[in-house]
Design a binder for this molecule. Structure first.
Ligand SMILES: Nc1nc2c(ncn2[C@@H]2O[C@H](COP(=O)(O)OP(=O)(O)OP(=O)(O)O)[C@@H](O)[C@H]2O)c(=O)[nH]1
Ligand SMILES: [Zn+2]
Length: 202
């Protein structure tokens, strides 16, 4: 099989060039692509990267466009906790995975968003080459600007495989980040309520 041979793994039309490059890269690194089990590995690698970076090809903020009328004139604080996410470290293209707590404070009278959309939006931003700091920032920015909310908050905790499986191999180490906007930054009570919901996990 030559390096340019098309793999038996079905790939999208625009992925053939990526597969040929992946095959060359793996061959240059000495991977035994002649072994039957590895013949299709370059194509699988391309498909896996495409899947993990699917958020590059969408606007994750669009999930916040599906809203409902408010239930109360004093909507308080709405949070979703323990949402799992998978992201791709932009330095190594290795995953970082963990959980997030995402919250926003709707303006009185403003529409509210469906609960699952908070997770869809956040997971969409995660599905891009990222650093954790930017991911948290993009999540609170979307909640603050697209919903015109009084404030937004995001706590992320994740294991970075580039740090736990290779390099320093600090097994069990996690990165924690916190991003606060609007009333979560200016009003200590809102911040305390966010931490309370986050740590109680409910
Ligand atoms: N701040 C931040 N750093 C990250 C994130 N993901 C990976 N990194 C770090 O990015 C850095 C890249 O450093 P380099 O020295 O260029 O890469 P490297 O030689 O592979 O570094 P080592 O991991 O120390 O072996 C590493 O320190 C990673 O731990 C992230 O989300 N945020
Ligand atoms: Zn990394």
């Amino acid at each position: 099989m030559t390096l340019e041979d098309v793999s038996a793994v079905a790939v999208a039309g625009d992925e053939h060039e990526a597969c040929a490059h992946a095959r060359r890269m793996m061959a240059a690194l000495g991977f035994p692509l002649h072994e039957p089990g590895m013949a299709d590995t370059p194509a699988r690698l391309v498909k896996a990267l495409r899947e993990l970076a699917a958020g590059m090809r969408e606007d994750p903020g669009r999930h916040l466009e599906i809203t409902f009328p408010p239930e109360s004139s004093d909507p308080g604080l709405i949070a979703v906790t323990n949402v799992p996410f998978i992201s791709l470290c932009e330095h190594h293209l290795l995953p970082f995975t963990g959980t997030m707590t995402v919250a926003y404070a709707p303006a009185p009278g403003a529409p509210i968003v469906g609960l699952s959309k908070l997770a869809r939006m956040a997971q969409g931003f995660a599905a891009r080459p990222q650093v954790q700091e930017r991911l948290g920032e993009q999540i609170v920015d979307a909640l603050h600007s697209r919903l015109e909310s009084l404030g937004a908050a995001c706590h992320l905790s994740a294991e970075h495989f580039c740090m736990t499986l290779r390099g320093i191999r600090a097994a069990g180490a996690k990165m924690a980040t916190l991003h606060l906007k609007g009333v979560f930054r200016t009003e200590p009570v809102m911040r305390e309520n966010f931490f309370h919901l986050h740590s109680s996990g409910a």
